[in-house]
Design a protein around this ligand. Structure first.
Ligand code: PFF
Length: 475
């Protein structure tokens, strides 16, 4: 029975669990990399604008739909639309997208686990060598870490919402945040850090272009876990005593703060360790940036706390980031998992096993996409570049489909489910919602400006990524 669904134990539990899902590799790796490659402060500005103006209302719509229907995304779209086949596409997309995102996420989580083990075993100095990352991701040890991680995730998923996700998130999130701040302060005291701070905080508006806008929107959606049905599913576990609008704002604030500090850590570090960095070189930044600079930052801590102390600090940090990634990964997988349970009536164990079986081949294809197997490394080419299997998953699901899913949810909430129902759901557990600015903005923008912006960015992203031109080339 839908009404007997498990519920988050408390308001704090819900916020921390949603924040635990939101804070992950996107904040700690994706955000600094995107900020570095997309013009620093220019990116930050566009990103912050999208979070407040576009993402927050979408987040509220997703959570409301979930709490109202008490279902996973597929079930939620179905039950509100009465099985209308057109809207079912939205449900399917909100199911396939998190599945594919979980696939590439698994690859990065494996690297974090390996970096934790590397720091514990005294290899910090080797890890700080720029060549280490490339050699490691193409070495046989990744498969061992992958096997361990797959078992851990299966175990956490199997232990249920409250025991698994909520407990992990409650304990670890605050510690991670404190360590991030300590590290940031340390880096800011190092010579030349100020150049990076300026690059990160003083916007050069001429750097804002369609690609920066597209990157910022994709990153904002990904970071807040939007467009993936995760918040529909989480909404279905939120008690009717909670304010959805208040919870959404808190989650966005926590998530954006973590991303902001991760940027304030990594960007100055680039200039500390490579004082000759020319900002134009940064446009080709990739995830290797974070995996190379973090060990360098930790290694330089040895002047204060010695090699063992620096290694211990690094190990703790990688462990916490690994847990942040794990809570995110578990929550992403929760979406297809609830669909297996609710729609196919599979038991939890059977759902976990079926999901794992579907995912593992795709994860392996991504893992060998960095040079190990040429077929997957040079899988295809489009938009004027050769793309690996891993690149395709990122281009299609992270950069392109997320804003599309956001667009569909806006249209669905406003034009099919209807404003009045959305408002009624948002007012449950929140006496101050009626007549508030939030209500007016959500009502006004969710059916107008927001879908329009999402549509434009979606079309333009398709043009940039797959056809190698931008709409603005013709303006
Ligand atoms: N928001 C997470 C991050 O920034 O790493 C990733 C994520 C978690 C995406 C949960 C999607 C999701 F359903």
């Amino acid at each position: 029975m839908p009404n007997q669904r498990e519920k988050f134990g408390s308001r704090l539990g819900f916020i921390l669990a949603a924040a635990g899902s939101a804070v992950g590799i996107g904040n700690l790796v994706g955000f600094p990399v995107n900020a570095a490659k997309s013009g620093g402060a220019a990116f930050l500005l566009v990103y912050a604008f999208f979070i407040v103006v576009i993402c927050l209302p979408v987040m509220m719509a997703e959570m409301s739909l979930g709490r109202h229907t008490q279902r996973n995304p597929l079930g939620a779209y179905n039950s509100v639309s009465g099985g209308n086949p057109l809207w079912k596409i939205g449900g399917w997309l909100a199911l396939i997208t998190p599945f594919m995102i979980a696939v590439f996420y698994q690859v990065l989580t494996v690297w974090l686990l390996a970096y934790f083990v590397g720091a514990v075993s005294g290899n910090l100095a080797q890890m700080a060598d720029p060549a280490f990352f490339g050699t490691f991701i193409n070495g046989p040890s990744v498969f061992g870490y992958l096997a361990v991680l797959t078992v851990v995730i299966g175990f956490v998923l199997n232990s249920g919402v409250q025991n698994g996700i909520e407990r992990l998130a409650k304990a670890l999130m605050p510690t991670l945040f404190v360590m991030l701040i300590i590290l940031t302060i340390f880096v800011l005291t190092l010579p030349n850090a100020l150049v990076g701070v300026k690059y990160y905080l003083i916007p050069d508006l001429s750097k804002i272009n369609p690609e920066v806008v597209s990157n910022a929107l994709g990153q904002a959606f990904f970071s807040l876990s939007l467009g993936m049905g995760i918040l529909i599913t989480y909404g279905s576990y939120v008690s009717r005593k909670e304010s959805i609008a208040g919870g959404a704002k808190m989650v966005a604030l926590v998530d954006t703060s973590v991303a902001f500090f991760a940027g304030l850590l990594i960007l100055p570090a680039i200039f500390v360790f490579n004082p000759a960095t020319d900002t134009s070189e940064l446009s080709s930044s990739s995830v290797s940036l974070v995996f190379t600079f973090l060990p360098k930052i930790f290694l330089s801590l040895q002047s204060l706390i010695g090699y063992v102390g620096a290694s211990a600090f690094a190990a703790t940090f990688f462990l916490l980031v690994f847990f942040a990634a794990l809570t995110s990964q578990v929550s992403i997988l929760q979406v297809p998992l609830s669909a297996f349970q609710d729609e196919l009536k599979f038991s939890r164990v059977k759902s976990v096993l079926s999901l794992g079986a579907c995912a593992i081949l795709l994860v392996l294809a991504c893992t060998v996409s960095f040079g190990m197997v040429t077929y997957f490394t040079e899988f295809t080419s489009y938009g004027g570049a050769t793309k690996s299997f891993f690149d395709i998953v990122i281009d299609v699901f992270y950069d392109t489909i997320l804003p599309l899913n956001g667009l569909i949810i806006c249209l669905f909430a406003i034009f099919h489910w209807k404003k009045a129902n959305l408002n009624a759901e948002l007012a449950i557990g929140d006496d101050k919602f009626e007549g508030s600015f939030t209500q007016k903005y959500v009502n006004g923008a969710l059916g107008t400006v927001i879908p329009l912006v999402l549509l434009l960015v979606f079309v333009n992203t398709v043009c940039i990524k797959f056809f190698g031109f931008s709409l603005t080339d013709y303006m």
